[in-house]
Design a binder for this molecule. Structure first.
Ligand code: ANZ
Length: 954
């Protein structure tokens, strides 16, 4: 028998290449828009839409390994399924192509980052095509394309030119604010009329409101990378996420995005999107909304009496005000220098001074020590509490008591007001500090655990909030007997009456540090005039293209040298930096901004450009945007229908993209305030890592299993095995190319989808891939004659059992695909395939076609080929996904109880659809009933199909 039509790797490769060419030639995955350049006359844009998206990749030099495409295959299967369900499906993939690795490679090799990035993208495109991913390639782009980053820059300009109007609850054009200042509706910071302010002064005032602004704030400076970093890019232990270098706080003039203006909306709108609960929690925690109060503590003169200066604290426990027995300021707090006295006051305790002769010495020494620690280290609960007395006193506004003011590193400058009222009896950090520094404690919330009200006898603070306030009355303010919530409300009112403070909401979220000292990023569309005032470039000057430079290298420094300062590669190109431009008021000299945008910029809005990639007039046409992204039933804030990517982006990309989308929404450029309606986090494909006795990874491909004891050996030596990430450094990379060669893309797709539920991590096992290959081989043989390649199906209707198996599979696979349960869908297809194999003989055409249609989203090449050989002209991608006939899906029989005068006499197994007449006949004919009736006549039969028959004899 000739083997030429057997499904093997060579045949798979041939089929796959042919169909990939076919799809490309026919534009099979090209999706029409309702209007504009991509509109067509097919009417497909009248169908319901589905916008299905992956987090786009950064094209690295190593190409794809088998772990990368897990999510891409999943969205592709879902997209194909929805296409077959009659949806107009938008599915494409671009590249997030600015970023550090290309730049580092450029530095090492002298290759322009664009050149290496383009080459990497080419490899990716080849590999993605080889996987059979159905993308509308017309809509694909890279963030480094000037046509794309023109709009990234344009959005920056929109953000720069707007401010957050708290009264309106949204962003508005900056001209509205200027008009308010000019009309005197809004006072300038120093009260002078707007008209009297110089241009630079006005720019300064506006900068305090713009949603994109430059400021001299302490930022995360990473000498090892030569750039500043956003908070989200710094690890919990204060190092750079990339490269793991130390990060220091340094005061530098940098661009920021006022994302904090959106803190509330970023929290509230999480309720409208369909995201994994864990990601929502991470975003909520990152934004960190705390309700509390700000209140002022007056400082005291050494001799007694209050000074003019006050220290404002932020507290979430204003109800414990009477228990505040000292204060703590962050070591960097700006007020400190003004309050530190020349010498230690008389009532200074030895323990407070740190052994220093003067408060100034003590403060200076302590500041130095604190600067060397990361915020996280400083806040660690268990750490020994350190600090020093500043020599200054403040007055507790409720008790009138004089309380000492300390500096301690557990208070952070960047949170709240950078100062706290310390309530040692009810806060565990304060408790530890008070113990270490012999400071008084006062119990003001009555413990509910029987420990009594003397903190001196306690092991730790009492923090429970379901308790009553005690020891809290002085003057007009009494909180005694109130519960915590009422006491907070009472204190808020008292503070407001006296002008001492007010209830407020504080956020942990900081503004987004938006500039990097890099070459390979979007240039800022900003120039500075001779007064140093920043101007956004007009739209006609965009894109501002990245200039060619001789030296792309960021200047990096000794990673541990905190005193270094960054140097931007673009600043080395004087010709580009110094320009004469006409910004509307005649040609003038300007200096360009030489920072570039962070690599998050391009991914903040790419979903919008997929919609309308060729639009030269607008970011996106409003009608097209509404069609694909607009709010609709079940998704009040609109957005992409399905967005699949890794959970590691919880607070970076996913937060930034939501923020940009909201600004664009406020300014009227888009109709949906949320970018991604449904988010799904795929798990990771891991692979075994084998290590030798020194702990070094050995090439996984060369490891063998030892016969006798089942251990692993490499080059004759025993090695250990564990699961880890796939990567070069762990020597466990499996390239999809190997699997294509051994089995074909359809097998790889099936294997990745069958490995387990999509959202859990799973170990790659090359040996197990063959299982899915066999499924395809069996399916192939069930449809075709391997000798001739002709269809081998029976042109007759399937029998009852096969119909049931078919419709059950259809029903189950449909539900599974809808809910992204690809592994169980494959199990059901396998079951049906086994059923028809076992039935023997030729497979009825209807069953064969059902199998082909069910597997089409998962293994599209095989499905196309079989569909074609079964005699269909059109691509299987255009076929309808089968719909189950409920009659065949329900359980085969139900039990019917047959009674005589209400007594059970027989049980019958009947079809659930049995008719009343048939059921009556069945009951009367049942041997047990015939016996029981003993020939008596029947007066009445009551039938309740399919479960009950009651017979009443005469
Ligand atoms: C008095 C108090 C009494 C506090 C008490 C807590 C318990 P969250 O919930 O995270 O917002 N705090 C305020 N600013 C701080 C800073 N810059 N560095 C370190 N700690 C700071 O925490 C708010 C609480 O953390 C505030 O409430 C303050 O301590 C402290 F029984 O004030 B509390």
């Amino acid at each position: 028998m000739s083997e030429t039509h057997r499904y093997d790797a060579a045949l798979a490769a041939d089929i796959e290449a042919r169909w990939q060419d076919y799809w490309e030639r026919h534009g099979t995955y090209e999706t029409p828009n309702p209007t504009g350049e991509l509109a067509d006359g097919t009417g497909r844009a009248d169908r319901p839409k589905k916008f299905i998206m992956d987090m786009f990749p950064y094209p690295s030099g190593a190409g794809l390994h088998v772990g990368h495409p897990l999510g891409y295959i999943a969205t592709d299967v879902y997209a194909r399924f929805q296409r077959m369900n009659g949806h107009n499906v938008l599915h494409t993939l671009g590249f997030d192509a600015f970023g550090l690795p290309a730049e580092q490679y450029a530095v090492q090799t002298g290759t322009h980052p664009r050149v290496s990035t383009e080459a990497n993208m080419k490899t990716y495109r080849t590999q993605l095509r080889r996987l059979g991913l159905g993308y509308d390639l017309r809509r694909s782009f890279a963030t480094i394309d000037p046509d794309y980053y023109r709009w990234t820059q344009w959005i920056f300009v929109q953000i720069f030119n707007s401010w957050y109007d708290r009264d309106a609850g949204r962003a508005r054009p900056i001209e509205v604010l200027v008009a308010q200042f000019a009309a005197g509706e809004r006072a300038t910071p120093d009260g002078r009329p707007w008209a009297e302010l110089t241009a630079a002064e006005r720019a300064d005032v506006l900068s305090g409101h713009r949603l994109a602004y430059a400021s001299d704030a302490p930022v995360n400076w990473c000498p090892g990378l030569g750039t500043v970093l956003a908070n989200e890019e710094v690890t919990a232990d204060g190092r750079s996420e990339r490269g793991n270098f130390p990060v220091f706080k340094a005061k530098l003039r940098q661009w920021n995005m006022r994302i904090t203006a959106y803190a509330d909306r970023l929290i509230d709108d999480l309720d409208t999107v369909d995201w994994p609960a864990a990601i929502k929690i991470q975003q909520r925690n990152w934004i960190g909304r705390s309700e509390g109060a700000r209140l002022d503590f007056p400082l005291a003169h050494a001799a007694g009496g209050v000074r003019e200066e006050t220290v404002t604290v932020f507290t979430t426990r204003q109800d414990t005000l009477f228990g505040a027995t000292y204060m703590v300021l962050a070591p960097e707090h700006p007020l400190i220098d003004a309050v530190v006295p020349e010498s230690w006051p008389a009532d200074t305790r030895q323990a407070w001074t740190g052994g220093h002769a003067t408060p100034r010495d003590a403060v200076a020494a302590y500041r130095k020590q604190a600067a060397a620690k990361s915020d996280l280290e400083r806040q660690a609960e268990a750490r020994e509490k350190t600090g020093v007395f500043t020599g200054a006193f403040a007055v507790n506004p409720a008790t009138g008591e004089r309380i000492p003011v300390f500096i301690a590193d557990y208070v952070l400058l960047g949170y709240g007001t950078g100062a706290i009222m310390a309530v040692p009896a009810h806060d565990s950090r304060d408790f530890a500090f008070a113990r270490a520094f012999e400071l008084p404690m006062r119990c003001v919330v009555e413990p509910t655990d029987g420990r009594g009200t003397d903190p001196a006898a306690w092991d730790d603070s009492f923090n429970a909030k379901d308790a009553r306030i005690v020891n809290s009355a002085a003057g007009e303010l009494s909180l005694d007997g109130l519960d915590v919530a009422s006491a907070k409300a009472r204190v808020n009112a008292w503070l407001a009456e006296r002008g001492l403070g007010e209830g407020t909401v504080n956020f942990r979220l900081r503004d987004w540090l938006f500039s990097r000292q890099r070459y390979w990023g979007e240039p800022f569309p900003v120039v500075y005039d001779e007064d140093g005032v920043a101007h956004a470039l007009p739209e006609s000057m965009l894109p501002l293209e990245l200039p060619e430079v001789d030296d792309y290298a960021p200047r990096t420094f000794d990673p541990d040298d905190a005193d270094t300062r960054p140097e931007t590669p673009l600043s080395r190109n004087e010709e580009w930096v110094n320009v004469t431009l006409d910004l509307g008021d005649g040609p003038k000299k300007y200096r360009r901004e030489t920072n570039t945008m962070p690599n998050w910029a391009g991914s903040c809005w790419y979903q919008l450009r997929y919609l309308d990639p060729f639009n030269a007039e607008k970011l996106v046409d409003p009608e097209i945007e509404r069609y694909w992204m607009g709010p609709r039933e079940g998704m009040p804030t609109g957005g992409v229908d399905l967005y699949v990517g890794g959970a590691e982006h919880a607070v970076l990309h996913l937060l930034y993209a939501r923020f940009w989308q909201k600004v664009l929404f406020d300014l009227g450029h888009v109709s949906s305030p949320e970018p991604y309606h449904k988010l799904y986090n795929q798990g990771m494909i891991q692979a075994y890592v084998y290590r030798d006795s020194r702990g070094f990874p050995v090439p996984a491909a060369e490891v063998e299993v030892e016969e006798h004891d089942g251990g692993w050996v490499h080059a004759g030596e025993p090695v250990t095995r564990e699961l880890g990430k796939i990567g070069k450094s762990l020597k466990n990379v499996v390239s999809p190319d190997e699997i294509f060669a051994a089995y074909g893309a359809d097998t790889l797709r099936l294997y990745e989808m069958a490995m387990g539920p999509l959202d859990v991590s799973r170990p790659w096992e090359t040996r197990a891939v063959v299982g899915q290959y066999r499924l395809l081989q069996r399916l192939w043989r069930n449809v075709l004659d391997e000798a001739t390649g002709e269809p081998a199906v029976a042109e007759e209707a399937p029998d009852e059992a096969t119909l049931r198996a078919m419709h059950k599979a259809i029903d189950g696979v449909r539900q599974d695909l809808e809910q992204l349960r690809f592994n169980t869908a494959i199990a059901k297809i396998t079951e049906l395939n086994n059923h028809v194999t076992k039935a023997g003989g030729r497979v009825p055409r209807e069953a064969a076609e059902t199998l082909v249609l069910l597997i089409a989203p998962l293994a599209p090449h095989v499905a196309e080929e079989l569909w074609h050989r079964l005699g269909h002209e059109d691509s299987v991608t255009a076929a309808d996904f089968p719909v189950a006939d409920p009659a065949f899906v329900v359980d085969e029989t139900v039990t019917c109880v047959v009674q005589i005068r209400g007594k059970v006499r027989a049980r019958l197994e009947v079809a659930p659809t049995v008719s009343e007449a048939d059921l009556e006949a069945l009951a009367l004919g049942a041997p047990a009933i015939v016996d029981a009736l003993g020939g008596d006549a029947v007066r009445k039969v009551i039938v309740r199909a399919p479960k009950l028959v009651n017979i009443v004899p005469a």
